[in-house]
Design a protein around this ligand. Sequence first.
Ligand code: PLP
Length: 430
Amino acid sequence: MNIQKSIEAFKRAKNAIAGGVNSPVRAYSSVDSTPLFIDRGKGSKVWDIDGNEYIDFVSSYGPLILGHAHPRILEAVTKAAEKGTSFGAPTETETEIAELVKEMVPSIERIRFVNSGTEATMSGIRLARGYTGKDYIVKFSGCFHGHGDAFLIQAGSGVMTLGLPDSPGVTKGTAGDTLVAHYNDLESVQQLFDQYGDNIAGVILEPVAGNMGTVPPDPSFLKGLKKITKKHQSLLIFDEVMTGFRVARGGAQEYYDVTPDMTILGKIIGGGLPVGAFGGSKEIMEHLSPAGPVYQSGTLSGNPLAMSAGKAMLNELNKEGFYENMESKSKKIAEGMEQNIKDNGITGTVNRVGSMMTLFFNEKEQINSFESASASDTKRYAEFFRSISNKGIYLAPSQFECMFVSEAHSDDDISAFLEAHYKALQEINS
Ligand code: PLP
């Protein structure tokens, strides 16, 4: 592929934007390559500024479960924009989407919309602390909850990709209020509760980890967390920014039948526009201002364009057979990848939950923890990434991200992907 225009665009961007990108993983440094500058997207495809066409499995890191430029979303955003882009006042669309979310995720009796997943997790833990009157938050190594100070401690995703253990700029005081346990290891959580149990406001996790690559929870893990948090009157917080409306209509809490005290949402709920949200029982959420004392606010929160896009998105997801269709497509892709690695004699594991999945270049039999995911061969991933990218497949430039399937992926896209996948594996093996 000729990507000369992208190379030049990146050079130019680096002189104006910090590091040339507005989010670190986009810089492609871990795969030793140049970011593709995107011109446009439609359905399952994106086109870079050199005119190259790619089948997209990044899906904007999750939000685009309907693919790019879906007609219902475009229509909703256009109609909303014609009426004005922001008022700093309530609109009925906010209540309409809130009612839809309540119906789809029944543990949410009240919700608050913000502008990003980061903002939602930051506000969510403030509320957890305000509600319980306790200080500590437990998180898991390899789980990513956005870039709020409290979460940049053994975080996954970009932080993991760049090999940063923690971020400078987070004070010792803030870091000290975050306790870190091991994913899928209840014992490590129990130990923290044995020591700090009286003062733990909440346990936050990705119910399916997506920021160390796709790592599903062991069946007893989520239920065990529910038991421990309940016993210690601390809150179980599911960060469903990635899993919400993706692994099931009602998110991972529906998929695994475990009800959290608080849910964090983002990505899909904005239909591709910037949105985050957090919600839970009426009792907890009414501790939030103006009903209660825990302060939180936002000039653009509940923005009419974002709310309209999100509402249109959720309405599409509610159509009959949507998740069954996503499951059968995703299964076909994962099984095809498994066959390809077998046929090419590659040692690897494909983890999948619903329409999120990762091929780990890894010798471990099971990838079920941060430790096992971290043992992946990132150099091999980088070679694979460059090879498949040259064959017109757009994947995330990191071993520790997911592939996201969208409704727009056709049978032809899936066949073309699996063929390119096979050839890329063959190439890196030769
Ligand atoms: N939580 C999870 C599970 C995420 O995957 C992300 C982003 O990838 C976030 C929170 C942060 O969301 P945002 O990037 O919208 O701030």
